[in-house]
Structures are given as structure tokens and as C-alpha cells.
Design a protein around this ligand. Sequence first.
Ligand code: ADE
Length: 233
Amino acid sequence: MQEEQEGLENHIENEKTTVFGQRRFIEGDLWGTSVVCVLAGIGKVAAAITSTQLIERFGVSELILTGVAGSADHKVYRGDVVIASELLQHDMDASPLFPKYEIPLRGKSKFQTEAKLHTLLKQAAEQFSKENQQAKVHQGLIASGDQFIHDAKVLHQLKLALPELLAVEMEGAAIAQVCHDFEIPFAVVRTISDSANDDALIDFQEFIKTVAAPYNIGILKSFFELRKLAIQA
Ligand code: ADE
């Protein structure tokens, strides 16, 4: 959402904007790295279209998704950060043709993020959190589906099927599938905005404006700085 990206654009230098397919792609330099910044859109289809365009039209070599997610674990609190080690589409069910959650013709349900990218992203989130907010940083499974989960019963059912699940959102696993098919390394960082239960909508908009956007900027800044050091080493 626009609120999640608020302020990031101000840090992009040598900005060139292209509007295409109802999306605003901003090319430029972000803390010394060439980037293309765009809103993923909401939901799996929107995110798959956006990521395909980033790869095909803009030739990106790596992809990072940032934004908010609902907590799916009692140890993951609002304001914490979750780095995906793997992602799954919780609304994919082509059974009995294929096992529940399995992506047809790909032979798997979970897509791993790239190890170097997610390790660096976790370090960046930990550094940001230590210096600023003291939020806890978690790493594990994120599930995506075309559903804003705001019902404790729905979340409970999902958790029964996937006990290791840490967070739910609506885009990450779609981007994971695109990046898998095109062999593009990718990583996902999410700030927890709600508990995906009956209280999920309370203060959601306010949270993403006041917390999620500054978190995104802070974590990405640390990420690009650490990445430069890693490349130089
Ligand atoms: N993104 C943020 N919170 C969410 C939720 N509860 N369900 C799905 N996507 C989300």
C-alpha cells in the first residue's frame, strides 16, 4: 500500500519514473545501489504481475518485498519483524489432483528465499531494531493468500495445518513463485501490523503510516549499507 512506501521515494536519487500497467516504477539510486521501486499491489495476482514486470521489463537481478503482515504465532508481536525463510500460498488447493498447498507442476508448496539475501536482511532488521525500536526479529514461514485474515477461527485452522507458520499476508508467496520460475534471488521482510484475529482492523491504517513506513526505510538503509560492506569484503 502507498502508506507502506511513504517517504522511501525521497531517498531515491537520479529518479526516473515510468507509468505502465497502472503501476509507477521509480528507477534510481538508493543508498548507492541501483533500484527500481514500485508498489507490489494488493493480492497475489497484482504482486505476480508487478514482479514479472520488474524482471522482464526492468531486468532486475534481485527482488526484495517489504511491507506489513498479520501475526500467526503467539511469540510474534505487533511491531516485530518477520523475515521469510520460506513462503507458501495458503489458498492453493488443487486436490485431489495435487496435494493441498502444492503449486501444480512445480512439485512443491514452499518456496525458499535466497540464503545470502535473507541473512543480510535479518542482520539489517536486527541492527535497525537494536538502534531504534527494540522490536524482535523472527525468521521462518510466511503464508500468502487473497484474504485479509481477521478471524481467530480462520487463523486457528491455518495454524493447525501449518504449526510453524509465523505470519500471514497477501503477496509474498506469489512473488516467490515468479522468482522461482525466472531464477531470480528474492527475500521478504514484513513488519507485524496485527494479530490476524477479530481485532485485526483496529488501528491498522494508523499503524502502517506511523510504524511500517519508517521501519521499511530503516531496515532497507541498513540492508544496503551491509550489502555494500559484504561486496567490498
Ligand atoms: N497484511 C497485514 N495484516 C494482514 C492480515 N491479517 N491478513 C492478510 N494480510 C495482512
